[in-house]
Design a protein around this ligand. Structure first.
Ligand code: AMP
Ligand code: MG
Length: 534
């Protein structure tokens, strides 16, 4: 009987028991510092000036940052240029010309098409035919439009009768009036967009010195990680941090180098991180930063060299396990593995350094004031950032907390901004007016706000409405949250799951729609027609 028992409940091996003990013995963070102290320590060890420069052709310059001031090498336009099709004249010759008393000007024997340098001077009493963009010839100081003239044949040759008086300078763009030679066109730090490229090309500039893009190694760590596109095995998740961080690096002006996802294997991770350190200007790891079993990132980073780990643990939510290190002059950051924490701490601690290295100015945060509709409890001692979605309420903007937890991969993309709760506060009361730092340029104000539970049937309706140009905003805060929002008139629709009285579980049937605040007019002016077969 006892052998039976052994068979059913085998004694764990010594190795397994050691693993269980290690998992249970989470080392605590040595020193959790404030959000401000973390930044100060990190930046104290960094040279935040732009990295060197490189020369790129104009076609490669889009999105780059200018490394030095740039002066116009030539006047633009390079010559006095006609703005219309007509005749180059001396304005003095046109004085007194009217419909009833036109002035006759004899035409010179040349036509100033674009790209044709003039050979003849416009003598008093004469005019030269000129095209838009033609060079205004010597002797002329104005151009008259062809519409203001009549062609006449005289015994001295073709002439025009002019029926308007023109002022000197009329329809002429003087040389250098657009860009004068030597004038500063763009300053150091300017972002080169299509408009700047056009201006540079007009000045004859074919290549520019731009700040070198910081090369940023992006590594993910975790035994459970699978590369997107591959089949997902049991207990595994896709490596979303690698992709979002690489994209955010590019947005901040860096050049991401995707190293991929590594298992929690110290030797493999160490080899990869050392290669990254040799090849890149900065390393961003994510995951494995807690001090628990299998969390190796901080250990690998601690062995890279001085000054080493400066911060491991920040009184921040989300983002407490953030680890900031500098090796030589290169920043090495281990972001928390949870996707919302990873991207939040990236924007707070990595993006500013990256922008500085890339020569970009600090990002100016845009803020608005909004009402928080619900009470928000907060952990004392940690500065808390709460991501919010904005909708318009009866008395101004309302900021809905979208608290799906740090593990959520959708929170950040659904959020319009975030509010900050002071480390010393234990809550924010419902109705508090708070500053919302916007995450990007606000999108179009939604036509419909749908707050509550998920509903695939409603998704189909919203998909159909989107085809008609409706913008719907979905805020997933659960059935109860949706009902409360509907009572406060903060949403148009609140899908709620009905509870099955027999099982006390949410019913498997599609949610019913609790409330309709108002009928939104369709972009074409009609009312929404609900499809009856849903
Ligand atoms: P860790 O920081 O390694 O303890 O991971 C915390 C949580 O974040 C775990 O649920 C991980 O599966 C998850 N996580 C870690 N790295 C990634 C990643 N690259 N992509 C998506 N989730 C991740
Ligand atoms: Mg991990």
């Amino acid at each position: 009987m006892s052998s039976d028992r052994t068979q059913k409940f085998p004694m764990p091996s010594g190795k397994l028991l050691d693993a269980v003990r290690a998992a249970a013995r989470q080392e605590q963070f040595l020193e959790v510092v404030s959000a401000e102290e973390a930044r100060a320590r990190f930046e104290r060890h960094l040279d935040l000036r732009p990295l060197g420069s490189e020369t790129v052709t104009l076609s490669e310059a889009l999105g780059r940052t200018l490394a030095g001031d740039l002066a116009a090498p030539i006047d633009t336009p390079p010559f006095d240029r006609s703005n219309v099709d007509g005749f180059a004249v001396s304005a003095a010759d046109t004085t007194g010309a009217t419909d009833t008393a036109p002035r006759r000007l004899l035409l010179n024997a040349e036509v100033l098409a674009c790209g044709t340098p003039p050979t003849l001077t416009v003598a008093p009493g004469t005019a030269t035919a000129i095209a838009t963009g033609g060079v205004v010839p010597r002797g002329a100081d104005a151009v008259v439009m062809i519409e203001w003239t009549d062609l006449v044949e005289t015994d001295k040759g073709p002439a025009v009768d002019l029926n308007r008086t023109v002022a000197a300078g009329q329809f002429v763009s003087y040389a250098g009036s657009d860009m004068a030679r030597g004038e500063t066109l763009l300053r150091r730090g300017a972002q080169i967009g299509s408009r700047e490229i056009g201006m540079l090309a007009a000045g004859g500039i074919a290549s520019v010195d731009v700040v070198r893009r910081p090369k940023v190694a992006v590594l993910s760590t975790g035994d459970e990680l699978t590369e997107p596109g591959k089949p997902l095995g049991p207990a595994r998740v896709y490596d979303s941090n690698g992709a979002i961080i690489a994209a955010a690096v590019r947005e901040a002006g860096g050049d991401p180098v995707a190293f991929g996802a590594f298992p929690d294997d110290e030797a493999k991770l160490s080899t990869a991180v050392r290669r990254a350190l040799a090849e890149c200007d900065m390393i961003v790891l994510s995951g494995g930063t807690s001090k628990g079993a299998g969390d190796l990132s901080h250990k690998v980073v601690s062995l890279l060299g001085g000054p080493g780990i400066l911060v491991h643990g920040v009184a921040l939510k989300p983002g407490k396990p953030l680890c900031l290190a500098v090796v030589g002059k290169k920043p090495v950051i281990v972001l928390p593995g949870f996707p919302t924490s990873a991207i939040f701490t990236f924007h707070a601690y990595v993006a500013p350094v990256l922008r500085a290295f890339a020569g970009r100015p600090p990002q100016a945060a845009e803020e608005i004031t909004a009402t928080i509709p619900v009470r928000l409890p907060s952990e004392m001692g940690r500065k808390e950032f709460v991501l919010v979605a904005l909708v318009s309420g009866e008395s101004g903007p309302v900021a809905f907390p979208i608290g799906k937890g740090s593990g959520s991969v959708t929170t950040f993309s659904e959020a319009d901004g975030f509010i900050e709760i002071d480390a010393l506060a234990t809550s924010l009361d419902a109705g508090t007016r708070a500053n919302v730092t916007l995450l990007g340029k606000s999108a179009r104000v939604p036509d419909l706000v749908v707050t509550g539970s998920h509903c695939v049937a409603l998704d189909a309706v919203l998909g159909r409405l989107a085809e008609d140009g409706f913008v719907a905003r979905r805020i997933s805060i659960g059935s109860q949250g949706g009902v409360s929002a509907a009572k406060r008139a903060e949403c148009d629709l609140a899908p709620v799951h009905l509870i099955d009285p027999d099982t006390s579980m949410p019913s498997s049937s599609p949610p019913s729609i609790a409330t309709l605040r108002r009928r939104a007019p369709s972009p074409s002016g009609g009312a929404i027609r609900w499809s009856s077969d849903l």
